[in-house]
Structures are given as C-alpha cells and as structure tokens.
Design a protein around this ligand. Structure first.
Ligand code: PHE
Length: 519
C-alpha cells in the first residue's frame, strides 16, 4: 500500500507526521484557544495526524481536570475500497489500457485484450472517447482517438482518500461507488470546546502521592491528576473449567438433587479381583485380555484381598454357589491378583457394595461416581484409551426392572432427554441388562446413551447382602454428551495437546441437551 489511510468506523487520516504527545497537546490547546471549537476529524485531516491520536490526546487532557468538553458526533463519509486502493497504486484499467495502445499504428485488439481487467478498461476507454476500433482489418486494430488522457478515476480516488472529496452524493462519487471502487464510511468524531478550567498552559498532574511529598508538604501546592473512572481496567487472567468438567458438574448436580452419594474413585489402578472377578466376569472373558485391558507390570499383582469373600467368589465362579451353578472352570488366584488400570467404575461400585454388605444391618443406598477409566482401544476421532464414566446405582429391598426403568426416566429427564428406548443387552454382572437409547431433539435421531442392568445374585450374595436386596445400576460416558453439547467432532479437540484454551474459556457452562420437556 502506498498510503496508510484506513477509513475505519472511527475514521483515521493519513499518517505522515506523528507529533510528540506534549507538542500535540500544546497545538490542540492553542488551536482551541483561538478558534473556541475544534472538530477532531477535520483537525486530524488538515494536519495529517492520526485521528485516534487527536482523540486520545484530548482524553488525556480531560483526565487532568475540567479543561475541555468533548461531544461525539457521527457523519457519513466515503473511502476507497480495497480495489480502489489498488487503482490508486497502479492507475485505472482504462488509463493503463490507453497507455498500452501505441500512439502511431495502434494494436491488434486480441493482443490488447490480454491486459489485466481489459474488458472493463476497454469499455470505459471507448465510452470516454479515448480509443477507436478499425474493423476493416482482421483482426481488428485498436487505435488512439486522442493524443493524451488524464487518469481522472485515479485522481478522484486519491482525493477521496485524502478526504479532499467526502460528499457521498457527488456525481463522480456515485459513479465510483457503482464500480465498487468507493464505499460508504461512518466517521465518529468529537466537537471539542473549552471548559471552565481551560488554559493553554496545563501542567501534567501528579499521578502519585509520594512519601516525599508528604514529608516536605509539597503536596499542598501540587496539581494531582484526576482519577479516570471510565478507563477500562486490564482483564485479569483467570482459570476456567474444561468442558468435560463443566458437564461433569452438571451431572454431579443432578445426582445430588436425586439424593445420591458420591463414591471415592481416586484409584486408577485396580486389581482384576475387584474389576472382574467380584463382578462375576469369568477369567477367560475377552475383556480380560491384554487386547482390551491395560495390565500393570510394576507392581504386577496385589496380594491384599479379603480372604473370606475371595473364597466365596472363587466358589461361585468354579463350582457354583448361592443357587447358581457358576461357570464350572478352574478359577485361578493368580489371575485375580493381576493389577490393571480400571476398565470401568463399576469396580468402585463393587467395593462400595461389599463395604455396605459388611455393615451390621443393611441400609438402602444410592451411589454415583464420575471418573476416568482405561481401555486398550484403537484410537480414532471419537475414541481414546481413557475416558470418563458416569455411574449410578441403588441398593434396596425388592427392587425390580420397573424401578430401574423408572429411575432412568427420572435421571434422563433431568438431562432434558424425555424419549427413551431400551434394548436387551449382556453384561457378565447384570441380568437383565439393557442398553439405553434416547431421541436427540437436536440431532433428530436415536442415540445410545448408556448401559444398565440389575446386578446378578452371583455378584451380590457372596458379598453378604441379604437375599431380598437388589441393586439397579447404569453407566454412561461423559465424553459423548460433552462432544454433542459443545459441537466437538474430534476427541483431540477436547483432550490432549491440541485443545484450544480459548475454547475452554469462552464456552459457557452447557445446559445439558436442549430438549422440549413433555409433561
Ligand atoms: N460397567 C458398564 C460399562 O462399562 C456400565 C454399567 C454399569 C452397566 C452398571 C450396567 C450397570 O459399560
């Protein structure tokens, strides 16, 4: 760009000289002294000073006391468009085209038309009467009709840019606007007048009261700068919750409202006994394979397991017990001792139920947790090897599948999901088991939202829970609803080094699933 004019909403003139702030302050006050009134926009243009600098200087004069008054006004103006600015640099298309026509013999038309923007240039040059076409030759020859031309378009654009021409309704301006070389612009400027404390000789006020001023008493005669209560403060840097934690907060709130107690989930490392065996998951189950589960190498095993309970679990797996024939296989202690990264928070639920069963008399309980689990997954756009599970369970006398369905409706209704469907499923530790689907009003389709079931007697009775106590439970992932809520398609935009901190800061706490709640 040859010229730095940038006709912004506040209007900025060409910057050719930049006065020091104190000399500008002086100039402005002297100008006001003689003229009584100053238009910041005209002053900036006449003196080729940045308009914002003029406004800023008056603002700082204002901060020193009641010296000047500023009243904002707005006017329409015009400015060259980006294309207009290119023409200021390079000349108009018609002018360049005329120059490309040799004065004596002319030029073959196809050759001339190879110039950039030749079509517009040719049409304009013809209607200006600059050129003529001799069609008697093949191809036709374009010749000059006049000896010399002035690049009037470029001149106009330059006058507009330097604000010598600012009437949006002038005829020549309207033409340029049609050609999209000029656009309307709004200028906000100030009319500045003298105020009660006006003087051309203002001392910069003191900004700070020092110990020295107090000791010498000099503060009494000093002029102190006024506080500027309109100044914008610095935006303090602040922390924010990650979207996953925002959604977790929302889920936690729902569980707490429903009277659930949060389970302690602060152990990522679990042993196979609590993660699988206690959940009646046979030792040859594919989930217990290294392909699906992360096994720890150090420490590879746990030896601290509750002996009596372990014996009952072994029995129910191998020979059968508590009315079940079990799986009839050779259960191995070594397999149960293996440490793993927990594959589900149901391991925590199991520990909590066992603890509950050890109490003298059974008391009904409602537990929930929201924490991380780990699986040896193939990584793709929606799967990582770790994710968060949301889990809820209720232990009470004589609960039925109807209770489970009822509580699921209540839970998901609080999330804004009112249409549910259930599909029979299989988990080693629940019978019956159901996958939960919900109709997503935003996505307009049924999506799987979780897994659920009634814990099997083979899991509950070895713990020592009374026979007429049943436990209903369900689990879902935290990532899935979070990605849907925040419109995130790739898990790597939610977790890992590519996460945009601004995204975390700017995203509000999400209302979970905006659905029409039916009564
Ligand atoms: N543990 C199950 C899973 O990982 C979820 C679940 C929890 C299912 C409780 C039934 C009951 O998918």
């Amino acid at each position: 760009m040859s010229n730095s004019t940038e006709n912004s909403a506040s209007g900025t003139a060409s910057i050719t000289k930049e006065p020091t702030s104190s000399s500008l302050q002086n100039d402005l006050l002297l100008h006001l002294n003689t003229h009584n009134k100053l238009n910041t926009w005209s002053y900036a243009n006449e003196h080729n000073i940045d308009h914002q600098l003029v406004i800023g200087t008056f603002r700082s004069i204002q901060s020193m006391g009641d010296i000047v008054r500023m009243e904002q006004e707005t006017s329409r103006s015009i400015a060259p468009t980006d294309e207009g600015k290119i023409l200021i640099d390079n000349g108009s298309y018609e002018y360049n085209l005329f120059q490309a026509v040799p004065a004596d013999k002319g030029i073959e038309q196809p050759e001339l038309m190879k110039l950039p923007n030749a079509n517009i240039g040719f049409a304009k040059a013809m209607s200006n009467g600059w050129l003529e076409v001799d069609k008697s030759c093949k191809p036709a020859i374009v010749k000059r009709k006049v000896d010399n031309v002035h690049d009037e378009v470029k001149n106009l654009l330059m006058r507009i840019q330097s604000l010598q021409l600012s009437d949006p309704n002038a005829k020549e301006v309207v033409d340029l606007k049609k050609r999209k070389l000029v656009k309307d612009d709004v200028v906000n400027y100030f009319i500045v007048t003298k105020s009660a404390g006006f003087s051309t000789n203002i001392a910069k006020g003191e900004a700070e009261l020092t110990a020295d001023m107090l000791q010498t008493g000099s503060w009494k005669s000093l002029n102190f700068k006024q506080y500027n209560f309109n100044a914008k403060g610095m935006i303090p840097s602040y922390g924010c919750l990650h979207p996953l934690l925002k959604v977790r907060t929302e889920y936690r709130q729902i569980f707490l409202e429903m009277g659930f107690t949060e389970m302690p989930t602060n152990n990522y490392v679990e042993n196979s006994f609590w993660n699988f065996d206690a959940l009646f998951t046979p030792q040859k189950h594919p989930a217990r394979d290294a392909q699906d589960t992360f096994f720890l190498s150090d420490p590879a095993i746990t030896t601290k397991l509750p002996t009596d309970y372990l014996e009952k679990v072994k029995q129910v797996h191998s020979t059968g017990a508590f009315g079940s024939i079990g799986y009839q296989y050779d259960w191995q202690l070594e397999e149960a001792q293996k440490n793993v990264l927990r594959t589900h928070t149901t391991a925590v639920s199991t520990r909590m139920l066992y603890k509950l069963a050890q109490e003298k008399t059974f008391r009904p309980a409602k537990y929930f947790s929201i924490d991380k689990v780990f699986r040896n997954e193939n990584l793709d756009a929606t799967h990582l090897a770790e994710f968060h599970q949301i889990e809820g369970l209720i232990a009470d006398y004589n609960l039925t599948l109807g209770d489970l369905i009822g509580i699921l409706y209540e839970f998901f209704r609080k999330l804004g999901m009112t249409k549910l469907r259930f599909k029979p499923a299989y988990n080693p530790y629940t019978e019956p088991s159901m996958e939960i689907f919900s109709y997503h009003e935003g996505l307009k389709k049924w999506i799987e939202v979780g897994n659920s079931g009634m814990f099997r007697p083979e899991m509950l009775l070895p713990m020592g829970l009374p026979e007429n106590v049943s436990v209903i439970a369900w689990g879902l992932s935290l990532e899935r609803p979070t990605m849907i809520l925040y419109g995130i398609n790739n898990i790597r935009d939610l977790i890992g080094p590519k996460v945009d901190l601004e995204m975390c800061r700017e995203n509000p706490i999400c209302r979970v699933i905006p659905a029409k709640v039916e009564n």
